[in-house]
Design a protein around this ligand. Structure first.
Ligand SMILES: *Cc1c(COP(=O)(O)O)cnc(C)c1O
Length: 682
């Protein structure tokens, strides 16, 4: 029986008789981290029962005995020195004999044998001590621990200072310990080298095969320095989790029944509409405000007073979190950023003065003179103007047709630094196959940045299907009522930035998976100054509460209007939700909840387009999208005014084309208005 409990948001510890598993369920890369040990049968059973996510094993000390179950895992991390031993240990013969040995004690069925020996070993990765990498949205540092074989690796979650150690504390560690001062060495390594308080290790335990006296001695030693679970609870602030100390053998003998843990997990995954109101907590944020305000207050202030010189120095010196100046951060803006992070399932967000500022910063954060990048053709006109303007900084953009993978592959060269696309181009309305694009980007070790403005997280979460960074012009659907300009960059924390490819990222790499965001805020936002105003952040916070409701209605209206208009003789309707549309299959696969709120119609000529727009009574003539009101615009004479012919064609702009951003009006009224207008211009 496996038991699991929550250590902190996003980390679950799954406990079974011999080893400790850590499940990282934070961020988009949900993953389970396991310590191998001898628990192959158990691991396998556990995986089959519980795990629907990638799983990673830390073969914390690369003893070949401990590699026996590694073929089950998606990723196996071992100490570099152990690679040769590991490789030989995974031979078929070896595994066959392992199987024979394991069959008895673990009761594996005979039928499993053939399958067992055939399974390809998991992907082996060596972890270089001191390197930092991203694990399921957490920044972890690889630490070298003393061990009974050549070495032991542990993963340190730096921000939390929790060590996800493998066997560092488990019975065999002590049993085979090369010397008896291991504990002391361990403490020295961890306390001195990592400045990690000794009481924050979470580690394995065991209750078998060990001389009680020895174990007691060691465990007592550990326990005297062990976690005070009461205070740990306070640190975690998790009043609902009862951490029980259930045994006498070690610090980590705590458990809550798995049902309880899973129930808690379920509760965390709220539905979209609930999440918009409550985030991932309960009762929204009201408990965080001393007056019980149901919305985050508007902190309309430029700067923040500190109680002492030390305090402000600590915030500047990043020894303490806090606020100094609203250009860099502000509590109202931070609340909005947090909501956007939850919405897009990212690890963090930076809000900017506009969608354009967000795109500019997202790109310039990682591009420099001499670099190239690839963008889908047919992007939002403002973005095309921006990207073309990068040439003055010696940054070159190469456009490729949406979903043309050969073109994409052949545009990549050694100067390419990133790939940029929109979820849906506009007004061409071609839906990007983000999954496929991400695969290609990642094959070439490039990050994929996606402008998700046209869809919003209600329809697509690009970070969940492979994108690394997502950008939203929140002036559109997130705000929803057309009252503020703003934009947000949300990082999925999935891309492994390196100083080799991105030298300008070097000073920020210590931040691990948060390095992109750290640079975005303290370099781009702070130095370029395009910050959001607290008032606009507040408008967005109010607006986004109804994002799901509005979009549900807007999408169903758009589909009904598109279906209706496609029956009008001579009218060409483009809407990804129509079965006959070229993007229908991708949209069906990739979109949840609807096909978007934008459709376009071609009415025969420039003059006809103007006449129809003028005859509509309910649609506002506005060059915007994502409003609760239905908006119409003639792209050829407005947004595409400065585009060259090729750019117009790529963007799907035609002289007779009208773009309709469908609102929440009663659909019968909208249809009647279009029918009447069409009739009147005939
Ligand atoms: C509107 C829009 C932008 C620009 O956003 P602003 O908030 O207007 O600066 C960028 N991308 C897309 C797809 C847009 O629709």
């Amino acid at each position: 029986m496996h038991e699991s409990f929550k250590i902190r948001d996003g980390i679950w510890q799954v406990q079974e008789a011999k080893d400790v598993y850590f499940t990282i369920i934070q961020g988009k890369n949900k993953a389970i981290v396991m310590d191998t040990g001898y628990g192959i049968a158990d691991n396998r059973a556990y995986v089959e029962q519980q795990v629907t996510v990638p799983y990673i094993v830390m073969n914390s000390h690369g003893h070949p005995d401990h590699t026996q179950g590694n073929h089950q895992f998606d990723e196996v991390y071992i100490h570099p020195l152990d690679l040769p031993a590991y490789e030989t240990s995974n031979t078929v013969e070896w595994r066959t004999s392992t199987y024979e040995r394991l069959m008895q004690p673990n009761g594996l069925s005979k039928e499993g044998k053939e399958e067992f020996v055939k399974i390809v070993p998991g992907k082996i990765k060596t972890l270089v001590p001191d390197s930092v990498f991203d694990l399921g949205g957490l920044t972890v540092r690889v630490v070298e621990l003393p061990g009974h074989t050549r070495g032991t690796i542990g993963l340190l979650v730096e921000e939390e200072r929790i060590l996800l150690a493998g066997d560092a504390f488990s019975q065999d560690m002590w049993m085979f310990a090369d010397n008896h001062d291991t504990l002391e060495t361990l403490e020295k390594t961890l306390t001195k080298a990592l400045s990690l308080p000794f009481d924050t290790y979470l580690c394995g335990h065991s209750i078998h095969e060990i001389k009680k006296e020895f174990l007691y001695e060691v465990r007592n030693n550990v326990r005297t320095k062990a976690i005070d679970w009461d205070s740990y609870e306070v640190i975690l602030g998790k009043e609902i989790y009862k951490l029980r100390y259930t045994g006498e053998y070690g610090t980590s003998l705590i458990a809550i029944p798995i049902q309880e843990a899973l129930a808690i997990k379920e509760k965390e995954e709220y539905g979209f509409h609930t999440m918009l109101l409550h985030g991932t907590g309960t009762r929204g944020r009201q408990l965080e405000d001393s007056y019980g305000s149901i919305l985050p207050p508007v902190y309309q202030t430029s700067a923040y007073a500190h109680e002492s010189a030390e305090s402000i120095a600590d915030v500047f010196g990043k020894r303490k979190t806090g606020f100094n100046y609203t250009r860099i951060s502000n509590p109202t803006i931070a609340a909005f950023e947090e909501r956007m992070t939850q919405l897009e399932h990212g690890i963090g967000s930076v809000a900017c003065a506009s969608g354009m500022a967000a795109i500019t910063y997202a790109l310039l954060n990682i591009l420099k003179a001499g670099d190239e990048f690839i963008a889908s053709a047919g992007l939002y006109g403002g973005t095309i103007n921006l990207l073309n303007g990068f040439s003055q900084f010696d940054i070159k953009v190469r456009y490729v047709e949406p979903n043309n993978w050969e073109q994409l592959e052949s545009a990549i060269n050694e100067r390419t630094k990133l790939i940029f696309t929109e979820t849906v181009g506009n007004p061409g309305l071609i839906v990007t196959d983000i999954k496929k694009m991400a695969e290609i980007a990642h094959e070439h070790n490039l990050p994929l940045l996606v402008d998700n403005t046209m869809a919003s997280a209600f329809l697509v979460r690009p970070l969940e299907i492979g994108a690394d960074v997502v950008i939203n012009s929140t002036s559109k659907y997130v705000n929803g009522t057309g009252n503020s300009i703003s934009g947000v960059v949300t990082d999925g924390g999935s891309y492994a930035w390196t100083k080799e490819r991105f030298p300008q990222m070097k000073p920020f790499l210590v931040q691990g998976s948060k390095c992109y965001l750290a640079k975005l805020r303290s370099d781009m936002l702070c130095n370029h100054g395009g910050c959001l105003s607290p008032q606009n952040a507040f408008q967005n916070l109010v607006g986004m509460e109804t994002l799901g409701l509005r979009l549900e209605r807007e999408c169903s209206n758009a589909l009904a209007l598109a279906r209706h208009l496609s029956k009008v003789p001579g009218m060409l309707v483009n809407y990804p939700g129509l079965e006959t549309n070229e993007s229908y299959e991708i949209a069906k696969e990739q979109f949840k909840n609807g096909y978007g709120t934008i459709l376009t119609i071609r009415v025969g000529s420039w003059n006809q387009a103007f006449a129809l727009m003028n005859a509509l009574k309910l649609s506002f003539i506005v060059s915007n999208i994502g409003d609760v009101r239905t908006l119409v615009v003639h792209p050829a004479s407005t947004m595409a005014l400065n585009s060259i012919q090729q750019e117009r064609e790529d963007a799907g702009v035609f002289d007779d084309l009208i773009r309709v951003s469908v609102g929440i009006e009663d659909i019968d009224d909208l249809i009647a208005d279009f029918d009447r207008a069409i009739h009147s211009i005939k």
